[in-house]
Ligand binder design. Structure first.
Ligand SMILES: [Zn+2]
Length: 138
């Protein structure tokens, strides 16, 4: 199970909506307790591709986020990005770019802007996709 605070969940959705029509992206940090991953901090990064179908995280912002995680004693849990027009599941490109089976890939679909869908995925060997439940706590 992945735990995320309601305010972080809402901020990710806001960020995704503000970024339309392009994809947005960011990093997720927190702690791991047994099988659970608890998101404690969300980093909102610039999609330097500025594209509705691709994202690349700004490398300098990425580095700054990783430094901040170290400083705060947080572990990198994974990342998130939005799908402005498509469902919340990894695209072929997402699978190809997924290099860490220990990481969690959160995808926010804004295909229905009134009903955003955020799901978390584990991607193994660039092919095997499984979903992990997200618990939104208030
Ligand atoms: Zn994607």
């Amino acid at each position: 199970m992945i735990y995320i605070k309601k305010e972080d969940y809402n901020s990710i959705i806001d960020y995704g909506r503000e970024g339309l029509p392009n994809e947005v992206c960011g990093l997720l940090a927190g702690k791991i307790e047994g099988r659970d991953r608890i998101i404690e901090k969300v980093y909102y990064l610039t999609n330097i591709d500025a594209s509705p179908e691709h994202f690349s995280m700004d490398p300098r912002e990425q580095l700054a986020a990783i430094r901040d995680m170290r400083k705060e004693g947080l572990i990198m849990i994974g990342n998130f990005h939005s799908h402005p027009e498509t469902p919340s599941r990894p695209s072929e490109e997402d699978k190809r770019l997924a290099h860490d089976s220990n990481s969690r890939y959160l995808i926010l679909s804004l295909a229905d802007t009134e009903k955003p869908v955020l799901r978390a995925f584990i991607i193994r060997n660039h092919t095997e996709v499984s979903m992990e439940e997200i618990n939104i706590s208030s």
